[in-house]
Design a protein around this ligand. Structure first.
Ligand SMILES: Nc1ncnc2c1ncn2[C@@H]1O[C@H](COP(=O)(O)OP(=O)(O)OP(=O)(O)O)[C@@H](O)[C@H]1O
Length: 323
């Protein structure tokens, strides 16, 4: 059987070095460097106009860089664009599906565009349909399918030619919550056998799907970390406490395990702690004082807060995590 990734032994699927793109005098992408390895699902984030689409168009060989190098699976995009492109599957923000074709007709057309040989075409189409859950809609007109199924057809065309890298631009926009869950599961599955770049504005999507996150702001990469590293940083050391009866300053200052408190109202406060979560002792103390516990929960930092800090002009400056 054909291997799922043609060059699984290659360690780096995408290598981008000092990649830049000017539009006139405007520097839209400013000397960015990054790599993508097999099995990675890279969340590519940034505010509107940050340079995501420009970067993806350059990586997919649809836009010439002003400077820099792009290698796809060891093949230089500028020297050998046809070979480099053959290892990329791309789902643009607007899926390039033809509403008047059936799923089979459309995928056959795409397989020809991707130069899948006649002998392998049937097998490639069936494989893509199976992975994307499309076997039941072979003969349906694409225009009559739900948006979620149309998106699956878009993903199927991106993986038809068995590329090492799949690039997905906002793949869940406009889908309902069930469809979103299905497409996210599909992306996670594809991530096991391909390198994936996922561009999205939906931060919980990144947390649910990606193994690494990269943030671009004003053309520059300002953040690049594995999801594991991010999760560690998002572990909260703050509890939010709410009681039925007012909290006196004395009680607040003497809650067991809390280093410092921040009053949010007469009955509400944030409690900062180091080390183990002291919620058990605090709950017991509140009960001893007969104050009536209404809420005691971790105040979790979210990826959204990280994103805002790095990309909002009023927020703190980006730090040494810049790639
Ligand atoms: N064809 C073009 N001609 C001139 N300027 C452009 C062109 N395409 C993009 N730009 C500019 O380059 C910058 C980066 O745009 P780009 O579309 O890459 O950002 P983006 O991060 O994809 O934004 P969005 O999330 O809104 O799609 C923006 O300032 C944009 O206005």
């Amino acid at each position: 059987m054909e291997p799922i990734i043609k060059h699984m032994d290659s360690k780096i699927l995408i290598s981008v070095e000092q990649l830049s793109r000017y539009y006139g005098h405007q520097l839209a992408v400013d000397h960015i460097d990054f790599t993508l390895s097999p099995g990675e699902v890279l969340g590519f984030l940034g505010p509107n106009g940050a340079g995501k689409s420009t970067t993806m168009q350059m990586i997919t060989g649809n836009l010439a860089p002003s400077e820099g190098r792009i290698e796809i699976n060891g093949i230089d995009m500028l020297d050998r664009p046809r070979q480099a492109k053959s290892d990329i599957g791309y789902l643009p923000e607007q899926p390039p599906v033809y509403r008047d074709l059936t799923v089979d007709e459309y995928l056959d057309y795409c397989a020809r565009l991707h130069r899948v040989s006649t002998g392998k075409r049937g097998q490639a189409i069936n494989h893509a349909k199976r992975r994307c859950g499309l076997l039941a809609v072979n003969r349906r007109l694409i225009g009559n399918l739900s948006k979620g199924y149309q998106q699956r057809v878009g993903i199927a065309q991106a993986i038809l030619h068995n590329p090492a890298v799949v690039i997905l631009d906002e793949p869940t926009v406009g889908l309902d919550p069930n469809q979103i869950r299905e497409i996210r599961n599909l992306i996670r599955e594809l991530g096991e056998t391909h390198g994936i770049i996922l561009s999205t504005h939906i931060l919980p999507e990144v947390q649910a799907t990606c193994t690494r996150v990269q943030i671009i702001n004003e053309g520059r990469l300002v953040f690049s970390q594995s999801m594991q590293e991010i999760e560690k940083q998002l572990v909260s050391h703050v509890l939010v406490l709410e009681t039925r009866e007012p909290l006196s300053d004395e009680i607040l200052e003497n809650l067991p395990g809390a280093d410092r408190s921040e009053r949010l109202g007469p009955c509400r406060a944030k409690l900062h702690f180091r080390g183990e979560n002291p919620a058990g002792g605090i709950a017991a103390s509140i009960a001893d004082h007969g104050l009536g516990l209404v809420e005691l929960a971790l105040d979790r930092q979210t990826l959204e807060q990280v994103f805002v800090e790095l990309t909002c002009h009023d927020g703190p400056q980006a730090t040494g995590d810049a790639a």
